[in-house]
Ligand binder design. Structure first.
Ligand code: HEC
Length: 275
């Protein structure tokens, strides 16, 4: 009598029994699924290993061979690769929209030396913009330790400041003035000892903006020039004016610097072009 009055009760019972018949996944079993091909695509997908034992047209090995990353085509250069940018000629900048460039040196002493040896030039010329962006980013990310002037006397190590245990590098020392750009770039990517890396805070061009700003601090302390007009500090980075002659790819304060430059007269110009 009761049952007749509640037909839904029978249906609920039945549904419970059916659903419980499906095996639940456990420690040693993947469970069983109703129509697995709805959940597991039978298509293979590039770079995604989705082999599933109950639902496949190929063997596990076949799935793996299709899914694994493919080798690049012989003699091709990946877009945005570090060596393809920094190592190339003045105009060869190919950076993708995310401004992220793969860095192939590992966080080891060996690779630190290799980076210092190989990364000498900068992919960007010195511009007003790179220096002002670099200044801002340096103030935000580095100055608290390395000091506003780059002398390693940042707030954290000052007597009246924080209590930082180690001496941050003093960029004004000859050791750092003469160091190649790779030393700075590698340090920004991985940090060094107690200093953490900044690869997630600064993108490719921002890292170079910071390096250029550090170079300009070094130049200032050594009474040398490191500006869009002229770089007498090192031969690593051409000043914008020199680079402009070879490339029109850059949006910078071109017009302004060009005019400023012309005001300075022809003597400087010919001097500049020799670099
Ligand atoms: C929290 C403090 C701190 C901050 C912030 C910091 N550094 Fe450092 N940095 C250090 C210390 C400490 C060392 C010395 C590490 C050592 O040699 O043991 C160092 C060393 C370096 C070196 C020298 C590495 C070498 O090869 O000897 C460079 C270059 C450098 N930092 C760049 C930067 C830049 C660029 C930034 C900002 C993006 C930055 N640092 C931010 C603490 C800091």
């Amino acid at each position: 009598m009761n049952f007749k009055m509640k037909p839904w009760f029978g249906m609920l019972l039945l549904a419970t029994l059916i659903l419980n018949a499906c095996q639940q996944p456990g420690k040693n079993s993947t469970g069983s699924e109703y129509m697995p091909d709805m959940a597991h695509s039978i298509a293979y997908e590039a770079n995604y290993y989705n082999y599933y034992v109950n639902n496949t047209w190929g063997s596990e090995e076949e799935y793996y061979s299709y899914a694994k990353p493919k080798d690049p085509v012989l003699h091709t250069v990946p877009r945005g690769s570090y060596e393809a940018t920094a190592g190339s000629s003045a105009t060869g900048i190919s950076i993708d929209e995310s401004n992220s460039v793969p860095y192939e040196y590992a966080d080891t002493e060996d690779d630190r030396s290799k980076a210092m040896e190989n990364i000498t030039t900068s992919p960007f010329p010195i511009t007003e913009k790179s220096l002002s962006v670099g200044k801002e980013l340096y103030a935000i990310n580095c100055a608290i330790c390395h000091g506003d002037k780059g002398d390693g006397a940042g707030y954290l190590v000052r007597d009246d400041g924080g209590k930082y245990l180690v001496q941050p590098a003093n960029f004004l020392l000859d050791e750092f003035v003469n160091a190649s750009n790779g030393r700075f770039y590698h340090a920004i990517i991985y940090g060094k000892n107690l200093m953490g890396g900044y690869s997630d805070k600064l993108n490719f061009s921002e890292r170079w903006d910071v390096i250029q700003y550090i170079r300009s601090l070094q130049a200032g302390a050594a009474k040398k020039l490191y500006s869009p007009m002229e770089n007498t500090l090192n031969s690593d980075v051409p000043a914008a004016m020199v680079k402009m002659a070879m490339s029109d790819m850059h949006e910078m304060n071109e017009v302004e610097t060009m005019e400023d430059h012309q005001k300075m007269g022809g003597e400087e110009t010919s001097h500049n072009m020799e670099h």
